[in-house]
Design a protein around this ligand. Structure first.
Ligand code: GTP
Length: 599
């Protein structure tokens, strides 16, 4: 295969700027799919992606393009998610590419994830092609957006294709730019020992683990004996292929190509995304650079509603970890919820999406608790224990001090929002460190802050204050002592371990009052009165009461209201699906994460 005719690239953008729609148009123009096979946002193959209209998983496909120079090119296109929680997917896609198309919405301009994704692309030494999308909209402002791309990103946007992914305007310009500007895989050498990067994987009932790979050097075909360099496992390749996006088998993948392989692998633990595959005979000595392991930001307990489903849940977690290596988990138990797992996530959306995928793809009904960080508790007997679950907090009498993780937060923002963002950080117990200029317009605000305050609705507030323009990154700087207390919630007099939270004593009253109020709204009336109390030890901080419902409400309905009555029953049934009976009170799922939406 002529390597100079290969182009490997990703499409990156801020959320909703039109990546997936552009990918659809590219598939159409290159006739990769017949018209009848086309559906909108074809690369968003998971149901949950289609319903939410967002990309969660990366997706790679091979297409053929006959360029204006008369030559045929093979493109490998990798569609990536835009939301910050999934930037791990983006960084992995980029490591498999030589270039990236940067889609910028002509009506919005450069936004937080535009910048963050550009930095990821630059870290991977990629050639970036800016493309201005949504030109069909009357509010498109090309000159402003071009200037923003040049000023804030430093890319030349003078000849950026002006396109509409919706109407198909100028899509060919994008493909020609890919041919002209993105380098071919220059280092691809078929004769070197095999080195292939695993950038994604999933579990298939028939094939076992299927790995998406980028072959950097060497070749790979069915029957080859392969060696996984980090886990030292050996297998024999049983299938090799590409996605178009149909899964097609192929004899061999060469250096420079992107595709998939399977090797009847049932031991999921042998496969690590980011690992290098070589051959058992004639192996390479040095693995390819892998990925920086992402640190989970948020931990929460997840439990099957039906305790008999524990084993199924465990297997589902193992399989989902294959396609999402940023997920971490370990077993835990709760008095209220039974056996489950403590899981670590990159953010709150990530947490929601994993829970939803587990429920849909593995047919499980689950309940998740409020997120937490890891605390270090020093005891009077000189011991130190670590807890990631407030319910495990020892008796305060036995504690000498509690430390919590602090992070150094760097917020990149246009300077207009500095004042409000400083207020936000101050309210989150941030300790001011520095303020730096990036250019005339942008600044970096630096604070040290408890990590717990970041998972507690920091990102949403940052976004709304800065209209989406500010982006932030954080780095763990270590543990510091804080005045922390464990706040319990009592439902009908019984403490519910899954509701316990660790809070800074400064916020205890405020959060206790807000949480009891919120729970009162969320927990439906039962046929008896239910008091809700927030307490520290024996001291009650706040109390609300859910009144009993009047049993006769339904039966008083007139015959003509039958359908209304039916609807009411349906609604109750629907609600029941996500209800957990705690003591004798039915509690809906939302109640367990209500703590995050408090102010
Ligand atoms: P994520 O995958 O969630 O990160 O979003 P995305 O960048 O892939 O955006 P997507 O392709 O899902 O498009 C977002 C919305 O913008 C959809 O409603 C599209 O129909 C719309 N859209 C995309 N391109 C265009 C365009 O050129 N013109 C107009 N008017 N709408 C567009």
């Amino acid at each position: 295969m002529d390597k100079s005719k290969i182009r490997n690239f990703s499409i990156i953008a801020h959320i909703d700027h039109g990546k997936s729609t552009l990918a659809d148009r590219i598939l159409e123009i290159t006739n990769t799919l017949e018209k009848r096979e086309m559906q909108e946002q074809i690369l968003d193959s998971m149901d949950i992606e289609r319903e939410r209209g967002i990309t969660i998983k990366l997706n790679s496909i091979q297409l053929e393009y006959k360029a204006k120079d008369g030559e045929n090119y093979t493109f490998h296109l990798i569609d990536t998610p835009g939301h910050v929680d999934f930037s791990y997917e983006v960084s992995r896609s980029l490591a498999a590419c030589e270039g990236a198309i940067l889609v910028v919405d002509a009506t919005q301009g450069v936004e937080a994830q535009t910048l963050a994704n550009v930095y990821l692309a630059l870290e991977n030494d990629l050639e970036i092609i800016p493309v201005i999308n949504k030109m069909d909209l009357p509010s498109a402002d090309v000159e402003r957006v071009k200037k923003e791309i040049e000023d804030t990103i430093g890319l030349d946007a003078s000849d950026a294709p002006l396109i509409s992914a919706k109407t198909g305007l100028n899509i060919v310009d994008v493909l020609e730019a890919v041919v002209a500007k993105i380098p071919y895989p220059i280092d691809a050498d078929d004769n070197k020992p095999l080195r292939a990067l695993i950038f994604d994987s999933y579990y298939d009932k028939y094939l076992g683990v299927v790995m998406s790979i980028r072959v950097k050097e060497g070749t790979i075909k069915v029957g080859d004996k392969i060696h996984l360099m980090s886990t030292n496992a050996d297998y024999e390749v049983t299938a090799v292929g590409i996605k178009t996006p149909k899964i097609l088998k192929k004899g061999e993948l060469e250096a420079g190509e992107v595709g998939w392989i399977a090797a009847s692998i049932k031991t999921i633990k042998d496969i690590h995304v980011g690992d290098t595959i070589t051959k058992t005979d004639n192996p390479a000595t040095i693995p390819l650079p892998g990925y920086k392991k992402m640190k989970p930001m948020v931990y929460c307990g997840i439990y099957p509603l039906d305790t008999n489903k524990y084993q199924d849940f465990k297997e589902a977690l193992e399989k989902i970890e294959l396609s999402d290596s940023s997920l971490v988990y370990e077993p835990e138990t709760s008095q209220a919820l039974g056996f489950g797992f403590r899981c670590g996530f990159l953010g709150l959306l990530h947490m929601e999406v994993i829970q939803e995928r587990l429920e849909r793809e593995y047919n499980l009904a689950l309940i998740a608790t409020a997120p937490s960080v890891i605390y270090k508790i020093h005891l009077t007997n000189g011991e130190m224990i670590e807890i990631d679950n407030p319910a495990k907090m020892p008796d305060p009498q036995k504690i000498t001090k509690i430390e919590e993780p602090f992070v150094n937060v760097k917020i990149m923002t246009p300077k207009d929002y500095i004042g409000d963002l400083m207020n936000l950080c101050q309210n989150k117990l941030g300790i001011y460190k520095d303020l730096e200029y990036v250019d005339d317009n942008r600044m970096i605000l630096i604070y040290d802050m408890p990590l717990a305050e970041i998972i507690f609705d920091f990102f949403n507030k940052l976004k709304s204050i800065s209209k989406g323009y500010a982006s932030f990154e954080y780095e763990l700087i270590g543990y510091k002592e804080s005045k922390l207390v464990k706040m319990d919630i009592l439902l009908n007099g019984d403490m519910v371990d899954a509701f316990s939270m660790i809070v800074n004593s400064k916020f205890a009253y405020q959060r206790g009052a807000a949480l009891t109020k919120k729970l009162k709204e969320l927990i439906p009336r039962q046929n008896f009165e239910v008091p809700i109390q927030a307490a520290i030890g024996n001291k009650v901080l706040a109390r609300e009461t859910i009144k009993a419902y009047r049993k006769d409400v339904i039966w008083k309905l007139h015959a003509a209201d039958i359908s209304r009555k039916k609807k009411l029953f349906e609604k109750q049934k629907e609600g029941k699906k996500r209800m957990k009976e705690i003591g004798n009170v039915e509690v809906p799922q939302e109640a367990f994460i209500a703590v995050l939406k408090l102010d």
